[in-house]
Design a protein around this ligand. Structure first.
Ligand code: COA
Length: 248
């Protein structure tokens, strides 16, 4: 079974995380597929917007923790680094439809999306510190910029989760809808009817002010994240997750 589904319909590309039995936790190979799909879509003038979603009631529970233990992404050449770079540089509208859990990179990737639609019961969290890690995907820059320093610090330091209503009030989510995928697709269809070069140029203008700063922060985050992945704190947190699983 394909773990990343790619479905082209007219000018829209729908990318779906499809590993529902693991709440769509993202593996190295899934990041590689995602990076490839985004790079292909960037170069295909016929594609005017991309919709990201998860199969089975969850967006994604973040990076696969088993992967963190077995083959930590410590090189800037890793597939996760390629995926994050593809997100940062993606020139066309990225619309996310979030149901259920959006954990770790499941939340931080939303900071790179242009429009996020969430279900009323969606649940967001960035438990990097709780896992002995540090924020990634430029979130240590983009999240405080969005919500203010203290609110970002509280969420990062405590690892606490937040609801769709809170995410909307923060500006991380544009709309709450009972069927987020349908709503996100309708928004993407509307965008696809617009003059495409004007859309691309507008996105470039919207992102220009922070692009280089985010790229630099992503590099700094990456080196701290790589070190943290090999720390005792992280190993203890990963073992705790794995042992919970074994007790079930
Ligand atoms: N990495 C690897 N496996 C994961 C995973 C992840 N990030 N998230 C969920 N899974 C797996 C579970 O191990 C379980 O597998 P199993 O059925 O083989 O035991 C399956 O997905 C279902 O998850 P489960 O934990 O049983 O569901 P739950 O409803 O009890 O709990 C969560 C849901 C999201 C609270 C819990 O899965 C969790 O904390 N996941 C880790 C989230 C995380 O820390 N992500 C990394 C952020 S950097």
């Amino acid at each position: 079974m394909e773990e990343i589904l790619i479905d082209r319909s007219g000018a829209l590309l729908q990318i779906t995380f499809n590993r529902p039995e693991k709440l769509n936790a993202l593996t190295r190979s899934m990041y590689a597929e995602l990076a490839r799909a985004l790079d292909d879509a960037a170069g295909d003038f016929g594609i005017r917007a991309v919709v990201l979603s998860g199969e089975g009631g969850n967006f994604t529970s973040g990076n696969d923790i088993r992967d963190f233990m077995d083959d930590p992404p410590t090189s800037e050449d890793s597939t996760v680094a390629k995926f994050l770079s593809a997100m940062l540089n993606f020139p066309k509208p990225l619309i996310a439809a979030v149901s259920g859990n959006a954990i770790g990179v499941g939340t931080t990737m939303l900071l790179h999306c242009d429009v996020v639609v969430a279900s009323p019961s969606a649940n967001f969290s960035m438990p990097f510190v709780s896992l002995g890690l540090v924020p990634e995907a430029g979130s240590s820059y983009l999240f405080p910029q969005l919500v203010g320093y203290q609110r970002a610090a509280k969420i990062f330091f405590t690892g606490e989760s937040f609801t769709a209503d809170t995410a909307m009030e923060m500006g991380l989510v544009a709309e709450i809808a009972a069927d987020p995928l349908q709503c996100a697709t309708e928004i993407a269809e509307k965008i696809a009817e617009q003059p495409p070069q004007a859309v691309i140029n507008t996105k470039a203008l919207l992102k220009a002010r922070h692009h280089d700063a985010v790229a630099a922060v992503m590099r700094a985050e990456f080196s701290l994240f790589a070190m943290a992945l090999e720390s005792d704190e992280a190993m203890a947190a990963f073992m705790k997750f794995m042992s919970k699983k074994e007790k079930k």
